[in-house]
Design a protein around this ligand. Structure first.
Ligand code: ADP
Ligand code: MG
Length: 624
């Protein structure tokens, strides 16, 4: 008797629901797909309506080309698309969508109404529920399309359960809209949540469009601190003056497949002065698609390190417009990643960035940097080397008890001529005979200790100190908080503002005071007593970005969240690597580190202190 077959084909609705999981994860993914469709349809106005953070409703209306009666039904079939017809087309996709999956996926997990018209008056309405057409009838509307998506995952409770609180979902949806608003300044955008206007952005066309759009979203101050990025004479013929690529500044949908090969590569955008380094505003657009492309971001970080010798990464709005053939967008279901065909592209991006970064620092930032006097280009220990003198026999002792181990290294010993040894007092009043030697590459602090040479990672050390300060202050029933006499106004985009408001309960428990003012402004009214106003503002700026590693995803309370918050606050507020410190700053940092409960490892477990003992050194110098 033949064995019964155990493999069977899945029913169609189930297949659709499974496939939907790849495309539709949450309301923000619906917003993304519908916005992309609107832009692909050539819209000049896009309006997004949200309810219950998008869980209840996401509706996107556009004034694009609309659809005829047949297409209005066909649009919901899987693999139904007007955008590509052949495999060859796939190689040069110029539209944001092309797989024909989004509407089918959304319709299989929600209640969807489509109203669309190619000409005013001549419209159609289609109602679909869980993938089944319920109604299809004529209905008038102006040219364009409205897709109204209600009750996301009403028929997939398991997925619905994974959705977060409405505020979180709303903020994510808003971040998506904000990304496209940046990508397309020529388009008018409106976003409303339960009747409240969150974004209302007039179109800003022309070469200054991007800067105006940034000003609309992030405020004039940021916009005024940006310089243009322009590609430098690479093959593809981009001129050095071109600056922001006209193709995206002028707007209109990205080039269509027909232009393939004609349109040159464009590297453009805006990068900020060092003053914009607060927060994490780094946006990379590839053919007007906002991506968190690691390779491009890594190129940017490297360019900043090399050009500025700094870890303070400024705001970045980078626009890469490439011939579609240069790009493979078909590597990620939500198209969050792309693959570049030409590996040398990143070299050209790096070159363009470095020129812009040099200008961004030179033109605007120089007066804002710390005065040279407190940050000598040459570390002070090096300056002292000229006067080095052997101190025969005796060792410069800091405290009476400290003696070098009797041995060869102890004599001769060297002391910088001017600075006497710095006594660093440890916990419980104990004085530890350490002497500050100086700073290495703005990164490591070198100490001479009783039993060897100590290398201290200043960034990690500061992180540890901040962490302990914050934790101590959090451990108090009500952490000491300091009210600011004049509240600091925070310049935030609507999405960033929402993110901070989400975190507000946790932040308030730490001693922050945040007040939402009218419009988009958020005022910092109080800061934890352990932080300076500047430190606190910097921490908030960094926390406003969701992707910041270590930040708690939801604004929940509780000791573990607070601990995580302390760790992540500490990690973001700590002095950066490649940051010159004055001897005084180093001393302060070291004495606080020695007073720490755990001076040897950061909250994330990285080592703070490395030591080379005298015997290590002696062995290496062949003295043993
Ligand atoms: P894709 O965008 O990958 O083609 P979708 O499922 O998102 O697939 O959409 C299917 C088709 O429906 C599109 O190719 C397009 O022809 C049509 N369509 C969807 N949204 C709109 C819109 N807002 N305006 C005009 N046509 C649209
Ligand atoms: Mg689409």
């Amino acid at each position: 008797m033949p064995a019964m077959s155990r493999i069977h084909l899945l029913a169609d609705p189930l297949v659709s629901q499974i496939a939907a999981g790849e495309v539709v994860e949450r309301p923000a993914s619906v917003v993304k797909e519908l916005i992309e469709n609107a832009l692909d349809a050539g819209a000049s106005e896009v309006e997004v309506l949200l309810e219950a953070g998008g869980k209840g409703r996401v509706a996107v209306a556009d004034d694009g080309c609309g659809m005829g009666a047949d297409d209005a039904l066909l649009a919901f079939d899987r693999h139904a698309t007007s955008k590509i017809a052949s495999f060859a087309d796939l190689e040069r996709v110029g539209t944001l969508g092309f797989r024909g999956e989004a509407l089918a996926a959304i319709a299989s997990v929600a209640r969807v109404e489509l109203v669309t018209a190619e000409r005013p008056g001549d419209g159609h309405r289609v109602l679909i529920e869980g993938g089944r057409v319920r109604v299809a009838e004529p209905l008038a509307r102006p040219r364009g399309t409205t897709l109204d998506v209600r009750s996301l995952f009403f028929n997939v409770p398991a997925r619905r359960k994974f959705l977060k609180a409405p505020e979180t979902e709303l903020r994510r949806a808003l971040e998506v809209a904000q990304g496209y608003a940046l990508a397309r300044p020529d388009v008018r955008w409106r976003v409303l949540h339960e009747g409240r206007v969150l974004l209302d952005l007039l179109p800003a066309a022309g070469p200054e469009g991007p800067r105006q759009r940034i000003a609309q979203l992030f405020g004039d101050e940021l916009a005024s601190r940006l310089v243009e990025i322009s590609a430098i004479g690479e093959p593809g013929g981009v001129d050095a003056i071109g600056g922001i690529g006209e193709r995206w500044a002028i707007g209109g949908p990205p080039q269509s497949a027909e232009d393939d090969g004609e349109a040159p590569e464009r590297i453009g955008g805006l990068v900020g002065s060092p003053a914009t380094a607060r927060g994490r505003r780094q946006f990379v657009f590839v053919n007007r698609r906002l991506l968190r492309d690691r390779a491009v971001l890594a190129t940017f970080y490297r360019a900043v390190r090399e050009e500025w010798k700094s870890e303070d990464f400024p705001a970045l709005f980078l626009f890469l417009d490439l011939p579609p053939a240069e790009l493979d967008v078909n590597v990620h279901p939500q198209k969050a990643e792309v693959r570049f065909r030409d590996p040398r592209l990143l070299d050209r991006v790096a070159a363009a960035l470095r020129v812009a970064l040099a200008r961004a620092r030179g033109e605007m930032a120089a007066p804002l940097r710390r005065p040279v006097a407190t940050a000598p280009a040459v570390p002070f220990a090096w300056q002292g080397l000229g006067g080095l003198q052997a101190m025969p026999g005796e060792v410069a002792e800091v405290s009476g008890e400290a003696r070098w181990p009797a041995g060869r290294l102890a004599m001769p010993s060297y002391a910088p001529p001017e600075r006497a040894a710095v006594p660093l007092s440890g916990r419980r009043g104990e004085v530890r005979p350490f002497r500050l030697l100086g700073q290495y590459k703005g990164t490591l602090i070198l100490l001479e200790g009783p039993d060897g040479l100590y290398l201290i990672d200043q960034h990690v050390a500061h992180e540890r100190i901040l962490y302990e300060r914050l934790r101590r202050s959090l451990a108090a029933a009500t952490p000491a908080s300091q009210v600011l006499l004049s509240p600091l106004l925070l310049d935030l985009s609507p999405a960033e503002r929402m993110r901070l408001l989400e975190l507000a309960p946790a932040l308030e428990a730490c001693g922050f005071g945040l007040t939402a003012l009218s419009g988009q402004t958020l005022a910092l009214t109080a800061v934890p007593a352990v932080l300076s106003a500047g430190e606190a503002e910097g921490l908030l700026g960094a926390l406003a970005d969701d992707s910041a590693a270590g930040a708690p995803a939801d604004g929940g309370l509780g000791p573990r969240v607070l601990d995580a918050l302390a760790a992540s606050l500490a990690c973001k507020g700590a002095v950066k690597m490649h940051h010159p410190l004055s001897p005084h700053e180093m001393e302060a940092l070291m004495s606080e580190l020695f007073a720490a409960e755990q001076p040897y490892a950061c909250p994330h477990g990285r080592p703070i202190v490395l030591q080379m003992t005298d015997s290590d050194l002696e062995r290496r110098f062949g003295r043993r």
